[in-house]
Design a protein around this ligand. Structure first.
Ligand code: ADP
Length: 189
């Protein structure tokens, strides 16, 4: 069982590359952003809470998202592996993921960071906003999300480095090139 954390700033291509990895390896994909957007669409209480953070470009509180993650993971059942996309985003979340997987006799096999220069991220997200319909893909909220990424999420690179699990892949170029670079790391696990 391979558990992979796909990591990177908003707009770095985590969702797109996760889909390609799912096709190739048969992994399951947990995107916390997708889980929250489904709750918003369904009009649940959790969805209402989530949008109050997402629309401002803020993170949900750790305790809440950690519970959501654990429930989503436990609902998957047996599988080849899981790609965690959009989680963890803070150090307490990384610690919680480690503990949650250890409690289930497994662990993270690798953290794969998609490295993309900041100007490119802004451009990708503004373009995505033209078609995504996402309330948070507008210039002001994107800037806030990138700030939150820098202050709360980027420190995870060092955290995973110290766990011996961090790998960086160039996150621009063709989708195929990026995918091949990710697969090379996964195949070597
Ligand atoms: P992106 O990486 O493109 O910004 P996501 O779809 O991963 O978007 O997440 C959208 C929003 O959902 C985040 O800005 C945040 O408000 C919320 N969210 C998703 N995952 C988490 C998480 N692990 N912790 C806290 N908030 C989260």
């Amino acid at each position: 069982m391979k558990n992979i954390v796909i990591f990177g700033a908003p707009g770095s291509g985590k969702g797109t590359q996760s889909d390609l990895l799912v096709q190739k390896y048969g992994f399951r994909h947990i995107s916390t952003g997708d889980v929250l957007r489904a709750e918003i669409k369904a009009g649940t209480e959790l969805g209402r809470t989530a949008s109050s953070y997402i629309d401002k470009g803020q993170l949900l509180p750790d305790a809440l998202i950690i519970d959501i993650l654990a429930a989503t993971y436990d609902a998957l059942g047996p599988c080849e592996g899981v790609i965690f996309d959009g989680f963890p985003r803070t150090i307490p979340q990384a610690e919680a993921l480690k503990q949650m997987l250890a409690d289930r006799n497994t662990g993270v096999g690798a953290m794969l960071e998609l490295d993309v220069p900041e100007e490119m991220l802004m451009e990708r997200l503004v373009n995505r906003g033209k078609t995504s319909g996402r309330a948070d893909d507008n210039a002001e909220t994107i800037r806030k999300r990138l700030d939150v990424y820098r202050s709360q999420t980027a420190p995870l690179v060092e955290w995973y480095e110290s766990e011996g699990l961090h790998h960086t892949v160039k996150g621009y170029g063709s989708l195929e090139e990026i995918n091949a670079a990710l697969c090379a790391v996964i195949d070597a696990l």
